[in-house]
Design a protein around this ligand. Structure first.
Ligand SMILES: [Zn+2]
Length: 73
């Protein structure tokens, strides 16, 4: 059962094809560099998109508040 769980966290080393844990940055079999799947930094384009969406939502709220302010006067 525990090996099942472990298997979900293993990836195949792109250098030697041996199973390695997905959070490892270095292959224990061949010493090749690995990209840890679970600890990847956030995609920069994704981050930009989120920032843009946050900005647009903020603008919409600001405009809505202004419109409400002027229509309720
Ligand atoms: Zn390897």
């Amino acid at each position: 059962m525990s090996s099942d769980r472990l298997e979900k966290h293993t990836v195949l080393c792109p250098h030697c094809g041996q199973p390695v844990l997905d959070h490892m940055t270095k292959c224990p079999h061949c010493g090749g560099e690995l990209t840890p799947a679970g600890y990847q930094p956030m995609d920069e384009t994704k981050l930009k998109k989120i920032k843009t969406i946050t900005f647009i939502v903020g603008m919409v709220i600001a405009v809505a508040v202004l419109v409400l302010y002027f229509t309720l006067r």
